[in-house]
Design a binder for this molecule. Sequence first.
Ligand code: MN
Length: 209
Amino acid sequence: MQDINHYPFEVKSLSYAYDGLEPYIDEETMHLHHDKHYAGYVTKLNDALAMYPDYQHDSLESLLRSIPQLPESLKTPVQNFGGGVYNHELYFDNLSGERQQPSERMKQIISDSFGSMEAWELAIKDVGMSQFGSGYVWMTVDENEELHLIPTLNQNTPDLNKMYPILVIDLWEHAYYLKYNNRRDDYLNNIGYLINWKEVENRYDYATK
Ligand code: MN
């Protein structure tokens, strides 16, 4: 969450076991997702930065916030590989096998924005289902402390200069295809059981402090 990370970026371990999200997300999917997909982005991001010492002390967040100002040959690697690292770390942190409920306070904050928790659930699934192809669905907080549900394509992030992500759900097929095949709706229904609400609330507090 803090700007403490920089080149060479390291693969962060999951805070739960690979089978800790069963039965909703299977162990094999978590191994492939963490050890191959996410770790691959870490390697590719480091490879891209290896010849750019001027940028090796920048945090991942600051690299992503300053893509338009980067050297031309770094823009796409930071967008795709840097985004791939950032988005996956958030996604894995956003999950938990503990079957958490949002706090009463968090329920109220979400209900104030979306009408009710039920309306919020329908809305986030709707955004997730509407995203064509690979990407993510996010809940973000803007500078006015307002919540938003937004989709992004590929490994893009929301505009981190304007909003702070507090929840992200991976919509790439590699996140669910082994277990759910093409049934993204079932994956989105079940991921509701896995949300790490403590982490979401911590991120909300960080964004609004
Ligand atoms: Mn993924």
